[in-house]
Design a protein around this ligand. Structure first.
Ligand code: 5GP
Ligand code: ZN
Length: 109
């Protein structure tokens, strides 16, 4: 684990909404929706571009964790988003999934 990675740190010692099986969900510090959660895998992969570094079964479990996080947050309709690279809005270089529900601000579309 890169010692200077914010999300490696938050995975290890953050205030988690839920954590299981190598994945954690936290509240975004700067929410852009009524519900704005981040799903962080324990495995440090810098960007979605490198998603192939995950074993296939881990990708499956990661997506299931995203869906379960939304369900447990009481969301039925919602948005799942990944920013890829600085040009795509990525600011933390440890792959993570945004889960956004309710009223959203500053979102595309
Ligand atoms: P990105 O811009 O890389 O797609 O998403 C990074 C997200 O992490 C941003 O939405 C930002 O608000 C959130 N964030 C940055 N630092 C912290 C932090 O220390 N704690 C939490 N909970 N979220 C953070
Ligand atoms: Zn990391």
């Amino acid at each position: 684990m890169p010692s200077d990675c914010l999300f490696c740190k938050l995975y290890a010692e953050g205030d988690h909404v839920r954590k299981a099986d190598g994945f954690a969900a936290i509240k975004d510090i700067n929410p852009r929706a009524d519900t704005h959660l981040l799903v962080i895998p324990e495995r440090h992969v810098e960007t979605f571009r490198d998603v192939g570094e995950f074993p296939a079964d881990e990708v499956q479990r990661m997506l299931a964790f995203v869906a379960e996080t939304a369900r447990e947050a009481g969301l039925d309709d919602y948005r799942v988003m990944v920013n890829v690279g600085p040009g795509g809005g990525q600011t933390v270089f440890h792959l993570h999934w945004h889960v956004l529900g309710g009223r959203m601000t500053g979102m595309p579309g």
